[in-house]
Design a protein around this ligand. Structure first.
Ligand code: ADP
Ligand code: MG
Length: 588
């Protein structure tokens, strides 16, 4: 942090540059003004700055560039394109090197939409350019106020983002040249719409436990808290790949550098299941490792959400994944500490909760002027120290999100992936399964767990066959439905239609009175049924194999597992994970 004496009028949150002796300009933000002193948060290493160095103030707030060419980019929290920076200065970042966020030389194929003489307001489409698999709308500047007339519009052709593509004229005869790029201050929500809609449309992630039990909706918010190594990052990657959205923005925020490198290395290799091309073509990654200056980390989640809002403005469905918001909160704590503010819970600033709420509130579904809708869904990972969900960041997040997908160490240790705890998690949204039925399944899991706890005390002999069956049914549902093998092409992603079908079949089993004679028989039969379902999960939807197993399952339900009890299925396909997680079944 730097304190500067000011002679002019400066405003909080505007951008300043500290000039270092060697003429490097270090980007900073004014975070507090005290009389004629301004406290600056420098987004870089401050080493080399000396007392007496010059500070240059601007009237701009910390902003991002918006325009075609964002998709596929990897940025740092201040929107420096990292690949280009690396080409210029090598892989060790040098303070003071800022590159333009968008390629200013690349030509885009512009098609005009608004003709001259038309009246436009902020956000109206002036023209489009193809960007990857989408049409990128070139919109009238989002910060325009009032009605403007299109005075001139460029004919179709190839233009750079800095070329003038239109001129607008206001009612009081001001004229405004428009290019394909514009800026927006990151800390101000970007939303130019006629209405904010209640988010109700399920966002299918193809992860069964989420879609069926703890659904997320387009325009909604959810959080994934979990201790280190419980699978938050893997879960975020799975959703970024399979979730039914147009665009994914990943804010890899403050995790260890090695993990971020993994993300960067893996992402371009991932194939988009929808197009068969690189997933990167509809992804933007904002990354800040814990080794980068702490202040830039605070900015990165705002940069990410602003980009998400920009694409929502074009009528797209965007998913923003922040991993992890705990690191962002820690950055806030450090900055607050340096300002010597009165600390709140666990030394986090007192405004922690309102900042968290402010961030998640930027999610939402909007209706645009021309009846199109767009959405930003925010999913934030939280990494509470020691997996303690009582800490301020988790608690602050819980109060504002619509779904809570808590990961549990016990489940990840047992390799029951995804390790979302079905007893702890909740969602306020309605998904693809009838809520009455998903509640029924959750109830059974809860009762199964009660029996399991009881058995830990009185042993298996102390439980009735009926109770024991409840336990076995909950284990059945867990192992065949909630657990999913992320590495299998078929089992790794289950679409909505298949989920509804398989869920209904599972319910038939859960509701069936098997009339078991003893616990041994119960275990044998339930194990066989589970085996059938697991094999079913690996069979492609509607394939012959799928139909064959379905008829076996139906036969098994019809005779309450009696035939299956006599003839064990010849062969079962299991991953080592599942074998391990099901050891408990076989060992006793
Ligand atoms: P976190 O981000 O919570 O620290 P990670 O997402 O990096 O944890 O996961 C840690 C490890 O757990 C992974 O490297 C992987 O081996 C294992 N893992 C997590 N989720 C899954 C999954 N769905 N399927 C298989 N393995 C998983
Ligand atoms: Mg992680």
């Amino acid at each position: 942090m730097v304190t500067a004496a000011v002679e002019e009028v400066v405003t909080q949150n505007s951008v300043a540059y500290c000039h270092r002796g060697d003429d490097q300009r270090l980007l900073s933000e004014i975070i507090r003004v005290r009389g004629d002193l301004a406290d600056l948060q420098v987004f870089e290493e401050t080493r080399g700055l000396k007392i007496g160095d010059r500070v240059e103030f601007t009237s701009e707030m910390l902003s991002v560039f918006l325009g075609p060419g964002l998709l596929g980019q990897v940025y740092d929290g201040l929107q420096n394109p990292l690949h280009e920076v690396a080409e210029q200065v090598g892989y060790f970042l040098v303070p003071g090197v800022y590159l333009h966020a968008l390629d200013t030389e690349k030509k885009w194929d512009f098609t005009p939409v608004a003709e001259a003489g038309r009246t436009v307001t902020a956000g109206d489409t002036l023209g489009t350019v193809p960007e990857g698999i989408f049409d990128h709308h070139i919109m009238a500047p989002l910060r325009l106020r009032g009605e403007w007339t299109v005075e001139k519009i460029a004919p179709g052709g190839a233009y750079c983002v800095t070329d003038e593509i239109a001129v607008l004229r206001s009612e009081d005869e001001q004229s405004l040249p428009v290019t394909m790029q514009q800026t927006w201050p990151v800390k101000i929500p970007l939303n130019v719409s006629v209405a904010r809609l209640l988010p109700t449309e399920p966002l299918v992630t193809k992860i069964r436990i989420i879609d069926s039990l703890f659904p997320v909706v387009r325009g909604g918010t959810y959080c994934i808290p979990g201790p280190f190594g419980s699978g938050k990052t893997v879960l975020q990657q799975l959703t970024s790949r399979h979730a039914d959205v147009d665009i994914v923005i990943v804010a890899a925020c403050g995790e260890r550098a090695g993990e971020v490198v993994d993300t960067l290395r893996e992402f371009p290799l991932l194939e988009d299941p929808r197009t068969g091309r690189s997933l990167m073509e509809r992804t933007v990654i904002i990354c800040n490792t814990s080794a980068m200056p702490v202040a830039a980390r605070e900015a990165s989640v705002y940069t990410a959400v602003t980009l998400a809002e920009y694409y929502r403005q074009m009528g797209r469905n965007v998913l923003l994944l922040a991993d992890s918001t705990s690191r962002w909160a820690q950055a806030m704590r450090e900055v607050s500490g340096r300002l010597e503010e009165i600390p709140g819970d666990e030394a986090f600033p007192a405004y922690l909760e309102s900042r968290i709420a402010g961030f998640y509130e930027r999610a939402g579904c909007i209706r645009l002027k021309d009846e199109r809708t767009g959405s930003v869904t925010i999913g934030g990972a939280v990494s509470p120290a020691g997996g303690n969900f009582e800490e301020p960041v988790t608690q602050g997040t819980l109060k504002v999100v619509g779904a809570f997908l808590g990961l549990s160490r016990t489940r990840s240790d047992a390799r029951r992936y995804p390790a979302i705890d079905p007893l702890d998690s909740w969602s306020k949204y309605t998904g693809i399964i009838d809520p009455i039925e998903s509640t029924e399944a959750r109830d059974l899991l809860r009762r199964g767990n009660e029996v399991y706890q009881m058995m830990a005390v009185v042993g298996e002999e102390g439980t009735t066959v009926a109770d024991f069956t409840v336990y076995l049914k909950s284990e059945f549902f867990d192992s065949v439905y909630l657990q999913q093998n992320a590495f299998d092409k078929v089992d790794g992603a289950t679409d909505a239609e298949r989920q509804k079908f398989v869920f209904a079949k599972c319910l038939e089993v859960l509701r069936l009175d098997f009339e078991f004679e003893d616990r041994q028989q119960a275990r044998r039969v339930m194990f066989n049924v589970a085996d059938l379902f697991r094999n079913w999960n690996y069979a492609a939807w509607d394939s012959d194999e799928f139909k064959k197993i379905l008829s076996q399952i139906d036969a098994c339900i019809a005779d309450k597992g009696r035939t299956a009890d006599r003839q064990r299925p010849e062969q079962s396909r299991k991953t080592p994970d599942q074998e391990q997680s099901n050891e408990k079944w076989q060992s006793d």
